[in-house]
Design a binder for this molecule. Structure first.
Ligand code: SF4
Length: 235
């Protein structure tokens, strides 16, 4: 089986526990205003890979990632759920911890099979008001909420990730809504607030795509720490 693979990062430390291999798939149904990976939006037929070849490359990294694992990211890996389920099956037999980094917008029987195979889901909750979520990502918050409920029903460990963007979702009210949404979910182990950064601007220039947040300042780390503390107090 073949999948569209943008790249394999060998020693990732921010996408799940420990040191990890991170597989970036291609194709995404969203167009988030702050996306750092616009180069993964469209599948490129020149980037097709056989699942066995990718598994072999990852397994070569086992000495470095045996205490961490492998994260499937993108783009949106659930668009290639059958491919990633096949990859998960190859890796699972080798005792590697598997995480899926997803926007929670795609769900079908193939995604269900993939979810059953992974040990952890990193779920992006990008905005907490449906209209803003749609305006800034093109997606549907209700689909994300129903994805979250599915994970909860499966008792799948979840880390929520929420990029905080100055002027878009950086108020206490935003964080209160996030707390309210996640509070009833027993499977949520952690909520990570991530700072908006504009380092991706060069990628946009190279691709000739306008970067919608070109004039937005980077997120202040002190303010982010305040918001994280506020969130934890209200969980
Ligand atoms: S879901 Fe991820 S890859 Fe897709 S547009 Fe949003 S940030 Fe970018």
């Amino acid at each position: 089986m073949q999948g569209y693979i943008h790249s394999l990062q060998s020693l990732g430390t921010v996408d799940g526990p420990g040191v990890r291999a991170v597989v970036f798939g291609e194709g995404c149904p969203l167009r988030c205003v702050y996306c750092h990976n616009p180069d993964t939006w469209e599948p490129d037929p020149a980037h097709l890979m056989e699942v066995e070849d990718l598994a072999e490359q990852i397994l070569r990294l086992t000495p470095y990632i045996k205490n961490g694992g492998v994260t499937f990211s993108g783009g949106e890996p659930c668009l290639q759920a059958e491919f990633f389920a096949a990859l998960a099956t190859e890796l699972k037999g080798r005792g590697l911890h598997l995480a899926l980094d997803t926007c929670g917008e795609v769900y079908d029987p193939a995604v269900r099979r993939l979810l059953e195979l992974v040990d952890l889901v990193l779920l992006d909750v990008k905005f907490t008001v449906g209209e803003e979520h749609h305006r800034h990502t093109g997606g549907s918050l209700s689909r994300v909420v129903s994805f979250l409920k599915t994970l909860e029903a499966m008792q799948k460990p979840i880390w929520i990730r929420h990029v905080v963007v100055p002027g878009l979702n950086d108020t206490e009210e935003d964080l209160l809504r996030l707390a309210e949404l996640t509070r009833p979910m027993r499977c949520v182990e952690k909520i990570e607030l991530l700072p908006f950064r504009s380092l991706c601007i060069e990628k946009y220039r190279t691709l000739g795509i306008p970067f919608p947040l070109e004039r937005t300042p980077q997120m202040d780390p002190a303010r982010l720490a305040q918001l994280q503390a506020y969130l934890e107090k209200n969980l």
